[in-house]
Design a protein around this ligand. Structure first.
Ligand code: ZN
Length: 276
């Protein structure tokens, strides 16, 4: 059985770290994935001591920070900025006992034209460089392939080959329902079953509208069970690996951002629980 998790993207426009913590605790979530941009905002009026104190008195626990994006093919300035944000994440993660930081491949405005070997070599290089930084903090990197062809790494198969080549205990994978669907409408969902238990770090749960690939985007995400993704099939494949961590509800839907965060977070718990 999986645990109940919440990813702050779900109410990123209508909530805050403080409010998400309170609401997730209220509705019985086990884990939260905090966003680095929202954490920066939180620290304008709070301290790390406040955050530690919340988790010390709560059932809710931190799980993964989101996210370090565009990790591939960086210019020196882009890499410097990325490492700065990543190091901030590592420092906070160590202090509150947050085990993972999610890292995301690079997106371009059109279909990515880099060949797979180039993406493989660059990903292995940058994941190793980030793991060198993260390991002294006791933090692990969870690499998340994004299913759309605009992202240079877009399948579970491709991402698994990369993390297996990196071959470090601190580097593994995030599986996200919509990213498996965006790649090929879940045709290779069984590939998830090939992920070794110790390489599957994070599971993002969601559903989406029934739209053609090429039009379907992250704004079309829906609560689990309300859309076109065979969510149970994906969750069953995740469980078959031996993964027993949280299914973290991750949505980027403007319609939910226009609602009261409490209604979204309550509905999220109700719709996610049947898949645990
Ligand atoms: Zn995700």
């Amino acid at each position: 059985m999986l645990k109940l998790g919440y990813n702050e993207a779900t109410c990123k426009e209508n909530s805050s770290v403080e409010k998400d913590l309170e609401l997730c605790e209220k509705y019985g979530y086990d884990y939260i994935e905090l966003r680095l941009d929202m954490l920066k905002e939180y620290f304008k009026t709070h301290t790390i001591v406040d955050l530690k104190a919340f988790f010390a008195r709560s059932h809710l626990k931190p799980f993964a920070f989101n996210s370090i994006e565009n990790i591939n093919f960086c210019t020196p300035q882009e890499w410097k900025d990325l490492v700065e944000l990543f190091t901030f994440g590592c420092e906070v993660a160590r202090q509150i006992g947050n085990p993972y930081i999610i890292v995301v491949p690079t997106v371009t405005s059109e279909i990515c034209t880099r060949n797979e070997q180039e993406v493989f070599e660059d990903s292995v290089k940058v994941l190793n460089e980030l793991a060198d930084i993260a390991e002294p903090y006791g933090v692990k990197l969870s690499f998340e392939p994004i299913g759309d062809r605009k992202w240079c790494c877009n399948s579970v198969r491709q991402a698994l080959e990369i993390v297996q080549a990196v071959n470090r205990d601190s580097v593994g994978l995030t599986v996200d329902c919509i990213n498996v669907y965006l790649h090929d409408k879940c045709a290779d969902v069984d590939f998830i079953r090939k992920i070794p238990k110790d390489k599957l770090f994070v599971f993002h749960i969601n559903d989406c509208e029934d739209l053609p690939l090429g039009i379907l985007d992250h704004c079309h995400r829906l609560m689990p069970g309300l859309g076109a993704i065979p969510v149970k099939e994906v969750a069953d494949a995740v469980k078959a690996t031996g993964y027993d961590g949280p299914a973290c509800l991750e949505l980027f839907r403007p319609e939910y951002w226009a609602m009261d965060a409490e209604d979204v977070i309550r509905m999220g718990a109700e719709t996610t629980r049947p898949f645990l």
